[in-house]
Design a protein. Structure first.
Length: 185
């Protein structure tokens, strides 16, 4: 993938941006205000085409939220027993790629960058999960990149999205957790 540059979103950055999905475009329109309130962090993604030229190719927004793990799938719910069952998470509010440059790996590159950033947050803060609400037609795309459905039974089959997660815990940490649980059972 060519050089992508990630910059905090400004008020004027996304005027005229079209990702081809009206519901995502609506979220983008609401993002700047959420950023001013510090409820989210939104970024514009630029493709460097020349030394001094960049083209806006995408955007994404993340926030910190909680997830009710009480009815989540195994192994997600297996290690959580405290009440209340809400756990901190990084929520990927949206990824949007300009409709003119879709299907060139830009969305994948943006997601890989977000996962890398979330993993660094995992190392410093008690946040284990990256969660998103995938459009139903994008579920397979997210599964291919390591995400799983949060709930075995879809809580709202009429919804246009499916709640999915990526466990940010690296294998060695998960091994230590499993050994601890096994030795204290």
């Amino acid at each position: 993938m060519a050089d992508l540059c990630y910059k905090l979103m400004g008020e004027e950055d996304l005027h005229g941006f079209d990702c081809g999905n009206p519901s995502v475009s609506n979220m983008i329109d609401q993002t700047y205000y959420a950023c001013l309130l510090r409820e989210a962090r939104a970024y514009c993604v630029y493709l460097k085409v020349k030394d001094d030229q960049e083209i806006l190719v995408g955007a994404y927004s993340v926030s910190i939220d909680t997830l009710d793990v009480k009815n989540a799938v195994s192994p997600l719910a297996d290690y959580y027993s405290r009440e209340p069952p809400f756990r901190a998470m990084v929520h990927l509010d949206y990824i949007a790629v300009n409709s003119k440059v879709q299907d060139h790996g830009i969305g994948t590159a943006i997601l890989e960058y977000i996962v890398l950033q979330a993993r660094s947050l995992y190392r410093e803060w008690p946040v284990r999960l990256l969660v998103l609400d995938a459009l139903r037609d994008k579920v397979a795309w997210y599964e291919k990149r390591g995400f799983s459905a949060v709930y075995e039974d879809d809580p709202d089959p009429h919804s246009t999205t499916v709640k999915m997660y990526l466990d940010l815990m690296p294998g060695e940490d998960f091994q230590r957790l499993s050994e601890y649980v096994e030795s204290n059972s």
